[in-house]
Design a protein around this ligand. Structure first.
Ligand code: G
Ligand code: G
Ligand code: MN
Ligand code: NA
Length: 250
């Protein structure tokens, strides 16, 4: 298929770009980090969403080199930001269980000089269900490098709440589907409140994703959510615009 051929070529040419979306701390009232989000500007089709090409990259076995490229790029960019700012990188399920993940993370930190405490890896619930034993071992190896791990898209998968207790996560990212319905639909407000409470009692930071309105922000603040992220603050931006965002909110 056309897309597959182009994807292989794009990985070889490194013709991707990493965009960054600010994460805002409600306690500190400042930007506390950025999430790295991969962008592919296809020569004919324009921007193609990672939601479309990452599953193909996984099938083709390209996700490991691609994911390692994002990791290295994001660490190299983040090491130049003020020391308090973290960088969050998404790790797909296939990349997470690949033999080279821990080595790639160690190498990205070593080659860029980024302290491990400034790197957060975001993984989804699907990783936990597939192979809990292997996952636990990998998570502990990553934590041994000082890296933080986040549960991404929380609430959208099939894992049980007990998973949160048995895996050493530092952060829960509340999926944007719950945030979108906040202040709208009956029920969702209670879910968001429950997840924030769960995070607090487990000693995990809670980050709400997809915050688009002042009303949502007000509710999240009232519920004691730690961090927020969404178009209300900024869309993901190219690296050239990051310094401006840091200056605006710090
Ligand atoms: O940035 P956007 O909302 O278009 O991303 C769509 C999906 O692609 C999201 O689920 C996001 O987590 C995922 N994604 C974006 N960048 C990366 C990446 O570098 N690696 C992986 N594995 N997923 C990514
Ligand atoms: O799966 P993950 O949470 O990593 O995906 C993040 C995705 O959400 C990215 O594609 C990013 O572009 C998108 N995103 C970030 N903020 C918002 C927002 O406020 N609204 C919407 N609709 N999407 C957002
Ligand atoms: Mn994410
Ligand atoms: Na998410």
């Amino acid at each position: 298929r056309l897309l597959e051929r182009d994807l292989r070529q794009a990985v070889a040419d490194e013709s991707f770009e990493v965009y960054y979306q600010p994460i805002y701390s409600l306690a500190a009232e400042r930007v506390c980090g950025f999430e790295a989000l991969l962008r592919w500007n296809h020569p004919e089709r324009g921007f193609i969403s990672p939601a479309e090409f990452i599953p193909i990259a996984e099938e083709m076995g390209l996700i490991v080199p691609l994911g390692e490229w994002v990791l290295a790029r994001a660490c190299a960019d983040a090491v130049r930001w003020p020391d308090g700012l973290k960088i969050a990188v998404n790790v797909s399920a296939v990349q997470f269980t690949s033999a080279s993940l821990v080595t790639a993370v160690r190498e990205a930190l070593r080659s860029t000089g980024l302290p491990g405490r400034r790197l957060e890896l975001e993984i989804t619930e699907s990783v936990l269900v597939a192979n809990p034993g292997v996952t636990t071992a990998i998570l502990h190896s990553l934590k041994g490098l000082g890296v933080r791990v986040s549960m991404d898209d929380f609430g959208t998968g099939y894992s049980s709440l007990s998973y949160l207790r048995s895996f050493p996560f530092d952060k829960i990212k509340i999926d944007q589907s719950f945030v979108r319905d906040l202040c709208e639909e009956d029920g969702t407000d209670f879910i968001v409140r429950a997840v924030i409470g769960l995070g607090a009692s487990l000693g995990m930071t809670t980050t709400a994703e997809g915050v688009e309105t002042e009303a949502q922000l007000l509710r999240l603040r009232a519920e004691g959510c730690d961090e927020v992220q969404g178009y209300l603050f900024s869309r993901p931006v190219p690296i050239g615009q990051v310094a401006g965002l840091i200056a605006r909110w710090n």
